[in-house]
Design a protein around this ligand. Structure first.
Ligand code: TPP
Ligand code: MG
Length: 1018
């Protein structure tokens, strides 16, 4: 694991800081902002070679002339010969219009001194040629032959691409200029080693580079170096040539890709498989990217992809055993694992294998995903980031991600945009992702004219300046070339890049779907379309690269491999979803994949540790570091609490994180404004008030060999960031990964991650995950928004049975946790929050944890915990019984009020004011799910004559009521009625009127505590 080496000696307790003078001044660990050193687009060009190579006639601005002049003044050799002559003449008194003299060898070889109009014409012609070159670079992709069907409906509105011989008139050029020699500007590489070319050849080479089967979209990129790099890759003459060996490998890959689909079609013609027919070159595309990445040192590739071609990728890129894939088509296959399982084109996979091109081992994982298109994107990024983090790969040289997309989904799903926005953020970057779009020009039955408003499905990538390489997928060599360049781009710049495989879909959306209903003309064309393998094989045979016989043998060989695997697949009787695990955790489970114990040790820590971590939480850097006065007060408050052996919420969280870090557990807290905390209670990052970006994270100063603490304010995307953290948590069970919502209700924009991955991920993909969601929740009179984290939704998705009282046993609490799909808690004390966070790691398995966190309780004077509740042998309390007068004399108790969360403090205040401490017991259900049936039963048994009430501040159709009610009944074996005290049913989570809020609260407290029961409550 990546360890953070530093010492706590660099911090000083706040109290000392305010009294004593500042002592030694060791340098502060300034946060690595992770800002990659960017090449500045410097306005002043260095005086050496580039200016010297710049021809006179390509200058177009006075700035430029001035620049040339000052370069010439320093040394005439600094500038091009033409400029030298010009400045010499001008210096000798020749008027500027007459000072130019054409050096030998340029167009119109005769000297032009004295002929101003001829000079102007020459300047204009060169500028025209430069504009033409630029037009190809900017818009050549508009006219490139990208669509194998030739029916592309990419709509460029009113921006025609005016290039080609037929358009030279638009630039002021004519036929007679075609054979004129023109100096090439430094912004093109079409000349190769030649500095000037006839216009005819310039156009021919530009057409070759930009208008054939590759359309390069990159001129929107702001970085000159990056643009030059791309121009060089695509313009240099002869750049797209492959050796016969490379061509044969490419053919073999095309054979595998094509014949795999054909084999499935032959064997299971009526089964859905979302075949790749029409875009078979996806397989060589991916393999090329992986080969290139492996050659540059990448050891692990993490992939995410939708349905289209997924089985093919599993078989031919990841190399999952074919029989394992084929047996999935057998409907009689029995599931060996518990859980619901998933369809074959959603399952994930992890595999390590030798890469034949690089001769290096590469691990590849394809992440399991739900149907929800693109939802897996941020998850892949998070997992990639985590793998990079754990192997110390700070630049993305060893671990990379590849994301595949469908054209309709790439354009339509907002999560694509949200994921792109994570790509360059210090705590979220994976240092470049290669995106591959299977652009079959259709989404189910909808064609692009109805599916997007942008010309290309890839336009979203432009927001992060990612170059976009469109390529005709019917030209496997062009595909291979762009994929090489894409992989090199990532290796060079560590930024995202997009490969757009313009293709078609030979069949319907799936194999049993009729596409002629909706796309008749497109499909008439598709029916005429010769398969890409056939075309490519004919080409190579024609070139003499391969013989017909060798080709046919290669096809037969692969068909035989498929047949043999098919025969073996019949022996498979049991489906082990475990064999489809995308993120194995070696060593964490037994060899059978079971937890090593069913025990959760005490989650308490020693007093010494509490004091130490607490003192770090109240410390500031030793050297000259000025913190805000308000923060000084917060930290002093911590000092005071520590002296009384107390913790509030923020301190308890500090204790939990700090103690785990000390034990080598990485902690990562991410979300909007989490560094300070939405409610200004956390302050995990201290900012120097006098120096920009000078910060200190005291949590990283707990002990010399602690694990690193990552706390990061995120982009304003719940879907993207929660998905990312979920992916991060997948990489290792030895880390506490938390995502905090700004307010709990905002989690619903990440609902897909919650429903599709968090609540059901283990059941579908036998993959555990210990992510923690912190969701601020509570009715504080703040209006319908910001109030409810919607506990009812989380509870509705819990898999525990409301009607079954669990079998009592010693390990019931842990067993229940093992069996559940996720844990839902609402802690009413800081100590319990501390324990539940630590329990996440001390459990012998991993489950997602949903925590409804407080707002006003963060500062509530009574919501504090004593160190005594956090010491060794203490545990998380699933239920907190009444510990006051009621518990002392249970026989006198007339009512037991069960509740959860903040309402507890309102209830006990009201109980006190009504003098009902002996008559009413208030019991807190801290762990809502799995439900503490055993403890609830113990409480109801303790007060046999009391009536039972469930009290909540939420509305009746919300909160916990629907979940808790049947379970309370089961706990009492249906022997005692449970009454409801809470707000009435409502559509909105809370009122926007403060007075109404308070009167509702008063009413519900009255209902909860009114004795005896009123008639209407009976
Ligand atoms: C979020 C979401 N909405 C709708 C669907 C239903 N759906 C499945 S495939 C599909 C079309 C996808 O088109 P495209 O992204 O171009 O991929 P293709 O099938 O063409 O490869 C749709 C709408 C879905 N799976 N996910
Ligand atoms: Mg499509």
């Amino acid at each position: 694991m990546h360890r953070f080496r530093t010492t706590v000696a660099r911090l000083r307790p706040l109290a000392a800081a305010q009294t004593g003078p500042s002592q030694s001044q060791p340098s502060l660990p300034a946060r690595a902002l992770n800002a990659p050193a960017r090449a500045l687009n410097s306005p002043a060009r260095p005086l050496n070679s580039p200016a010297a190579a710049e021809p006179f006639l390509s200058g177009s601005s006075s700035n430029y002339v001035e620049e040339m002049f000052s370069a010439w003044l320093q040394n005439p050799g600094n500038v091009h010969k033409s400029w030298d002559i010009f400045f010499r003449n001008a210096n000798a008194g020749t008027p500027p219009g007459a000072a130019h003299q054409r050096p030998e060898g340029l167009a119109g070889a005769q000297a032009l001194v004295g002929s101003q109009s001829a000079v102007e014409k020459l300047v204009e012609d060169h500028l025209a040629v430069q504009s033409l070159i630029r037009a190809y670079q900017v818009r050549g992709h508009h006219i490139a032959k990208l669509d194998p069907l030739g029916i592309s409906c990419v709509d460029f509105d009113d921006a025609p691409c005016a290039v080609g011989f037929q358009n030279i008139g638009l630039y002021g050029l004519d036929e007679s200029d075609l054979d004129q020699l023109f100096r090439l500007p430094t912004t093109t590489f079409i000349g190769g080693s030649e500095g000037s070319l006839p216009l005819r050849e310039i156009i021919r080479r530009l057409e070759m580079a930009y208008c054939r089967h590759i359309g390069v979209e990159f001129m929107f990129i702001n970085d000159v170096e990056q643009c030059q790099w791309i121009r060089e890759k695509f313009e240099t003459p002869g750049v797209m040539q492959f050796s016969p060996e490379e061509k044969r490998t490419l053919l073999a890959r095309m054979i595998r890709s094509t014949r795999f689909e054909e084999f499935l079609q032959r064997k299971w013609s009526s089964e859905k498989r979302f075949g790749l027919e029409g875009c078979e070159s996806l397989i060589p595309a991916l393999k090329t990217i992986i080969d290139e990445a492996s050659l540059s040192g990448v050891e692990s590739v993490i992939m995410g992809m939708p349905h289209r071609g997924r089985l093919n990728v599993l078989a031919n890129v990841i190399r999952k055993e074919l029989e394992q894939i084929f047996c999935q088509f057998d409907s009689k296959l029995e599931a060996a694992d518990e859980g619901s399982g998933d369809v074959k084109y959603h399952l994930g996979m992890f595999h390590k294998r030798m890469n034949r091109v690089s001769d290096r081992e590469v691990s590849m994982s394809l992440m399991a995903n739900p149907s929800h298109l693109e939802a897996v994107d941020p998850v892949v990024q998070g997992k990639t980031k985590a793998e990079q983090f754990y192997c110390g790969d700070t630049e993305g040289k060893r671990v990379m991600s590849i994301l595949m997309h469908g054209d309709a989904a790439f354009a339509g799903q907002g999560i694509v945009y949200e994921t792109f926005h994570l790509s360059d953020l210090p705590s979220y970057t994976t240092h470049g992702t290669v995106h591959v779009v299977v652009n079959n020009q259709i989404g189910f039955t909808t064609d692009p004219r109805m599916a997007r408003s942008s010309p290309y499905p890839t336009d979203v990538a432009r927001v992060v300046n990612a170059p976009i390489f469109h390529v005709n997928a019917d030209d496997p060599e062009a595909v291979m070339y762009v994929c090489k360049v894409a992989a090199e781009w990532r290796t060079t710049f560590h930024k995202d890049v997009v490969v757009d495989l313009v293709s078609y879909r030979r069949n319907g959306h799936n194999e049993i779907d009729e596409p002629m209903f909706t796309q008749p003309l497109m499909y008439k064309q598709i029916k005429k379309q010769k398969g890409v393998l056939q075309k490519f094989a004919q080409k190579l045979i024609g070139e003499g690269v391969v013989t017909t016989r060798a080709y046919q043998e290669e096809v037969a060989r692969y068909d035989e491999i498929c047949e043999e695997a098919f025969a073996r697949s019949k022996d498979e009787k049991i489906l082990h979803i475990k064999h489809w695990l995308d993120s194995p955790w070696p060593g964490f489970f037994t060899l059978d994949g079971q937890p090593k114990t069913m025990i959760c040790p005490s989650t308490g820590i020693s007093e010494e540790e509490l004091v130490h971590i607490g003192s770090v939480a109240a410390s500031v850097p030793e050297d000259d570091f000025k913190i805000h006065g308000g923060l000084s007060r917060v930290l002093k408050g911590r000092v005071d609490m520590l002296s009384q052996r107390l913790c509030d919420w923020a301190l308890a969280e500090y204790m939990a994180f700090g103690s785990l870090l000390k034990d080598g557990i990485h902690v990562r807290l991410s979300g909007q404004d989490v560094e300070r905390g939405t409610f200004s209670h956390r302050h995990h990052v201290l900012h120097d008030q006098n120096v920009d970006k000078r910060i200190c994270i005291p949590m990283n100063f707990i002990s010399p060999d602690q694990a690193p603490y990552t706390v990061c304010n995120s982009s304003l995307s719940e879907y993207g960031v929660l998905g990312f953290e979920l992916g991060f948590a997948m990489a290792s069970p030895h880390a506490l990964i938390l995502w905090e919502a700004q307010f709990g209700d905002f989690h619903n924009t990440a609902q897909c991650i919650i429903d599709q991955f968090i609540s059901s991920g283990q059941a579908k993909w036998v993959r555990q995950n210990g992510i923690v969601l912190l969701l601020p929740h509570g009715m504080e009179g703040m209006g319908p928004e910001h109030s409810s984290a919607r506990p009812e939704r989380f509870l509705q998705m819990c898999n525990d049975d409301p009607d079954v009282f669990p079998k009592l046993s010693q390990d019931l609490a842990v067993r229940q946790l093992f069996d559940c799909n996720w844990i839902v808690v609402n802690c009413s004390t800081p100590a319990n929050f501390f324990h539940v966070l630590r329990r996440q790691i001390l459990l012998p398995f991993r489950k997602p944890l949903i925590v409804f966190t407080p707002k006003s309780l963060l500062r509530h004077p009574e919501a504090k915990s004593s160190f005594d509740d956090m010491l060794p042998d203490t545990h998380f309390q699933r239920l907190i019984p009444d510990a006051g007068a009621a518990a002392a004399a249970p026989e006198k108790v007339k009512r037991v009020v069960f509740c959860s969360g903040k309402i507890y403090y309102e209830l006990i205040r009201e109980r006190r004011s009504r003098g009902l401490e002996e008559a009413v017991a208030v019991v807190r259900v801290e762990q809502l799910s799995p439900f503490p049936f055993d403890l609830v039963k113990a409480e109801t048994d303790r007060y046999p004559t009391a009536d039972l009430v469930w009290c909540q501040e939420e509305h009746k159709n919300q909160g916990y009521h629907d979940y808790v009610k049947p379970r309370l009944r089961t706990a009492t074996r249906h022997t005692r009625p449970v009454r409801y005290a809470g707000r009435d049913p409502a559509a909105a989570p809370a009122t926007g009127n403060k007075a109404t809020h308070l009167s509702e609260l008063q009413r519900l407290l009255h209902t909860a505590l009114q004795l005896p029961l009123s008639e209407e409550d009976e």
